[in-house]
Design a protein around this ligand. Structure first.
Ligand code: FAD
Ligand code: NAG
Ligand code: NAG
Ligand code: NAG
Ligand code: NAG
Ligand code: NAG
Ligand code: NAG
Length: 503
């Protein structure tokens, strides 16, 4: 970022300043600013770091190393003002960037962002419960950062299972979680967001102001600006915040029975959630079948559901956890293990209406064969998230940009994990084949393919993520063009800027 590239950039900003179209948007601030070695204006230069910085690796790290973006600078704004100036500087100088909240986003589209500036939001790591019971978080807060003060205040809201995922990042795509049967998606509970647009202008969006943007942020929210702060409505914690959990293990020959029993339990009662996990023991490569059952309520009530699976399981472990302990200790701590950053993960996922037992029987067997042939991928998993739907379904279909109110009865996900990249090709082929298998209407039970945006691989037609309805596509494209006219927030499932480009 020194020498000739600065000259080029100065020329670019001069050209833009001279252009009548752009000059209106250029802030007074730019008149005669001085450049330092970073090339950034001195007023915000302190917040910009290049690869010589000892913390560069740590500050620019993300969860997934597979098809990952790369960074030449880290912009670490501490205040809204600095964030706003930085955005203005970058867009005035045609510098590409990518925001980071929790760093767990894994779409392969992110690989197109090479040598860009990371806007690391970690200094906006705050979370508080307000007097009216709402909660306000900065976009650097993880799910755990949101959960802790809520639990301390005797409140709850829908959050993901993994403590380290960005609460804002997940909300932007919808936000599925164990409490969704009671409270809907994480994004269904947003009352207000504050965001910085491409040109540094900071605005709010809510039911009162910028309503179209407010609608679009909840489901397609990576597309319009950098979200700074979000306010959620929250609820009194159920059962004093103590939730029942059971972890069951099974032999592989029980897969059909488990799937039949899961199908029979649907529709789940609102406080219930099931996560069925397929994996292998990394030392023996023996296939594992595990079921995590959480009931947001008393032990005796939760147990009724454990009984469906208990008599044919290998083992059962029951716990009562305060709901803020669940992300750390739940499922035997596996969610915490999955926080580890920097591994390669090939990710595919989709929604299904029912679980096809023969497919799962075959999947378990082929997964075992796949790992035996590719032992470097022995920390891989696949999951079925069967969460109650009441909270999602009670809202009208046009409530937000989340288009799958009848599309995520079950979420089937493939996470093929490895350090040794020689297995990448086989990993992708395996997971993609199974995603495509489950996507067939006769297997999934849905006429159309439903892809939860945050679980998308990045190769799907966007209408599978954002909905096929013309009105949705029109509304999203209109909001995109209004708030991100130059498409600078288009690294992650970008909304087409023209209606013809929808597939
Ligand atoms: C281990 C694991 C567990 C998960 N569990 C769940 C779960 O239980 N429920 C669920 O719903 N999802 C879950 N997800 C999916 C998760 O919602 C997405 O990966 C999401 O993108 C993560 O957000 P993040 O902030 O951590 O990621 P990031 O990579 O920081 O962000 C993802 C995308 O959003 C953009 N972005 C980030 N911050 C902002 C901002 N402030 N303003 C605008 N754009 C921004 C980024 O530029 C990027 O394109 C999980 C993912 C993983 C890897
Ligand atoms: C910033 O961009 C937004 C969205 O494109 C636009 O509405 C607004 O007028 C711009 N602000 C300034 C100061 O130009
Ligand atoms: C990083 O920035 C410092 C000063 O801020 C500069 O001396 C150094 O050359 C830069 N390194 C790279 C790789 O750009
Ligand atoms: C801006 O960046 C894009 C893509 O990086 C490039 O194609 C374009 O030529 C650049 N424009 C200017 C004015 O530098
Ligand atoms: C946010 O702050 C809390 C408390 O200060 C800290 O425990 C947590 O690790 C921080 N999170 C991030 C993502 O920096
Ligand atoms: C387990 O219980 C169910 C009914 O609750 C019954 O149908 C099934 O046969 C039992 N299985 C075993 C192995 O006992
Ligand atoms: C499991 O994977 C790890 C990491 O790649 C490897 O060291 C180990 O040997 C593998 N286990 C088996 C049984 O192959």
């Amino acid at each position: 970022m020194v020498g000739s590239s600065n000259v080029v950039r100065s020329l670019v900003s001069l050209l833009w300043a001279a252009s009548p179209v752009i000059s209106g948007a250029l802030p007074v601030h730019w008149a005669g600013f001085e450049r330092q070695e970073t090339g950034w204006p001195t007023s915000i230069d302190d917040s910009v770091f290049n690869s010589s910085w000892p913390s560069f690796g740590e500050k620019s790290q993300r969860w997934n190393a597979y098809m990952a973006p790369s960074f030449n600078q880290v912009f670490l704004p501490e205040t809204e003002q600095v964030l706003s100036e930085g955005l203005r500087y970058m867009t005035s100088n045609n510098i590409s960037f990518l925001a980071k909240s929790g760093g767990h986003g894994y779409s392969i589209e992110l690989a197109a962002a090479q040598n860009v500036v990371m806007i690391n939001m970690e200094k906006f790591n705050y979370s508080r419960v307000n007097a009216d019971g709402t909660a306000t978080i900065g976009s650097g807060a993880t799910f755990l950062d949101l959960i802790r003060p809520l639990a301390a205040a005797g409140r709850q809201v829908t959050t993901g299972s993994c403590p380290c995922v960005g609460a804002t990042g997940a909300m932007l795509g919808g936000g599925v979680g164990r409490l969704q049967g009671l409270h809907g998606l994480t994004s269904d509970n947003v009352r207000k967001v504050r965001l910085a647009l491409w040109n540094g202008t900071v605005i709010e969006a809510s039911e009162k102001v910028n309503k179209d943007l407010f609608w679009a942020v909840r489901g397609a929210g990576q597309n319009f600006g950098v979200v700074i702060e979000t306010t959620f409505q929250t609820y009194p914690a159920v059962n004093g915040g103590m939730h029942y959990e059971a972890n069951l293990a099974f032999s592989v020959d029980k897969v059909k029975k488990i799937i039949d029993d899961m199908n029979a339990l649907v529709p789940l009662p609102a406080p219930l959630s099931l996560i069925l996990v397929g994996s292998v023991d990394p030392s023996t490569l023996e296939t594992i079948v595990a079921l995590n059952l959480v009931y947001a309520g008393p032990r005796e009530e939760g147990r009724k559901y454990t009984r469906h699976f208990q008599n044919y399981s290998l083992s059962v472990e029951e716990n009562m956890y305060s709901w803020d302990e669940l992300p750390i200790k739940g499922a035997g701590g596996i969610t915490l293990i999955k926080c580890a950053k920097g591994q390669n993960h090939v990710m595919y996922g989709l929604g299904t209406k029912r679980l096809d037992a023969p497919s799962f029987v075959r999947l378990w067997s082929e997964f075992g064969d796949f790992i035996k042939a590719n032992p470097a991928a022995n920390s891989s998993t696949f999951l079925v998230e069967t969460f109650a739907q009441q909270g999602i379904k009670k809202l009208p279909d046009d409530y937000s940009a989340f288009p799958h109110r009848d599309g995520v009865e079950h979420l089937v996900e493939f996470e093929i994990a490895f350090d040794d990249t020689s297995v990448s090709k086989a990993a992708d082929a395996f997971a993609k084949r199974w995603r495509d298998h489950f996507a067939q209407p006769k297997i999934s039970g849905y006429k159309e393919t439903h892809i939860y945006q945050n679980y998308a691989h990045g190769d799907e037609p966007l209408s599978q993520l954002y909905g096929r309805e013309k009105w949705r596509q029109q509304r999203l494209t209109a909001v995109k063009n209004k708030f991100d006219p130059r498409g600078v927030f288009s690294s992650y499932h970008p909304i087409p800027q023209s209606l013809d480009a929808w597939r």
